[in-house]
Design a binder for this molecule. Structure first.
Ligand SMILES: Nc1ncnc2c1ncn2[C@@H]1O[C@H](COP(=O)(O)OP(=O)(O)OP(=O)(O)O)[C@@H](O)[C@H]1O
Length: 216
């Protein structure tokens, strides 16, 4: 095997998604926070700006029902728009929790001054951001905000390899071969067009595609 191939990093597929929420007190910093999310290696897969009704906020935080702070938590979470984001990365759930820092923003300012709650939060309640705390809650919360999304685990290992081998590699390899022959100035645009033209699953009827962008 050539030396270069041995030292090249293995192709990598991101495997974990989590739900990030920018809460009402931080929503005016949403663009800045989204930049920090991407700078930290997360991909933003879906995004929605919504205002929760008190009933919806109660459903989202149902595990805290009965606690002293539950009524004020519901008032806070339904007080204005929030931004919900599905973000993906290796170990996304724990990485995002680490980036946002401790629940109480006052403690975060002392112990984790670089965390996002230290930067954007105020106290034990108004803490600017939410992150799912486990795979099960990530799945449930993603479904809560994006009911149409398919929250199956992303294929990994052999199942990813066989999926790609069956459905993607034959077409992409042909496209890459053509690309190397043609050497266009903008290879990415050329390849995108080639894939659209040569998509084996192309719709047989009509030529108009409409792409729905995620709502901000
Ligand atoms: N003692 C408290 N007093 C007031 N509000 C609180 C208190 N503890 C938690 N909260 C509020 O309830 C939310 C949910 O609490 P939880 O214990 O699940 O923390 P978390 O998992 O760090 O936060 P989140 O679920 O929002 O990511 C907190 O983010 C905070 O806004």
């Amino acid at each position: 095997m050539p030396e270069e191939a041995e030292t090249m990093p293995k192709p990598h597929i991101y495997v974990e998604r989590t739900l990030a929420v920018i809460k009402p007190d931080a929503v005016h910093h949403a663009d800045e926070i989204e930049d920090i999310i991407t700078q930290n290696g997360f991909s933003v897969l879906q995004k929605r700006k919504v205002q929760l009704t008190p009933e919806q906020a109660s459903e989202l935080y149902s595990e805290h029902f009965g606690k002293m702070f539950f009524p004020s938590l519901i008032t806070y979470m339904s007080s204005g728009p929030i931004v919900a984001l599905v973000i993906a990365k290796d170990k996304a759930i724990s990485s995002w929790r680490e980036l946002i820092g401790p629940t109480n923003a006052l403690i975060a300012k002392q112990s984790h001054p670089d965390s996002l709650r230290a930067k954007y939060g105020t106290d034990d309640q108004q803490n600017a951001l939410h992150g799912s705390d486990s795979f099960t809650s990530a799945e449930k919360e993603i479904r809560f905000f994006f009911p149409d999304s398919i929250v199956e685990p992303i294929s990994i290992g052999d199942s990813a390899k066989s999926y790609l081998a069956r459905h993607v590699n034959p077409t992409v390899l042909k496209g890459l071969t053509e690309l190397c022959k043609k050497k266009p100035n903008d290879p990415i645009v050329w390849l995108s067009n080639w894939l659209l033209e040569n998509n084996p699953n192309k719709p047989k009827v009509g030529g108009n595609y409409s792409v729905e962008e995620p709502q901000a």
